[in-house]
Design a protein. Sequence first.
Length: 164
Amino acid sequence: MIRFFFIFAGLMTLIGTPASAGNEMSGARAMNLAIEAYDGGDLKTAITAWHRAAGLGNTKAMTFLANAYLTGEGTAPDATAAFRWYRRAAERGDMVGQLNLGDMLAEGTATERDPVSAYVWLGLAARQGNEWAAERQREVAANLSGADLSVAKQRFLAWRPRTL
């Protein structure tokens, strides 16, 4: 029991304390901790550190978390949590988040199918140079009505990244 307390206390020191305590870990430092933990096989610490970095706005941490929840690596599988993390990253302009969110919307994974939104998110990832997203967007477009495709194109053109 005492050993657990010291391990827990040491982990909490690495992860940081609330900003009000004046000892906040930076998003970059939390991300580095997560990657080191992941590479070392310590998935629990990686998930915790990704949560910290994602909470500080790191979109790469958001996509790592989403991947972990989608695959169940280091945590219980939770497609709904994966969808939420991909959306947060996508809304902030992250290409991986946009690609995966678009695909989940196209397939109806953890959400209702929404091909109009799928078109938008896949298009945003394609605009950043992802060829797979461009191909997937064309597939989605082929199944949209003319009116839905028009709405999707308008939403795509009007999209702006969200800030924290």
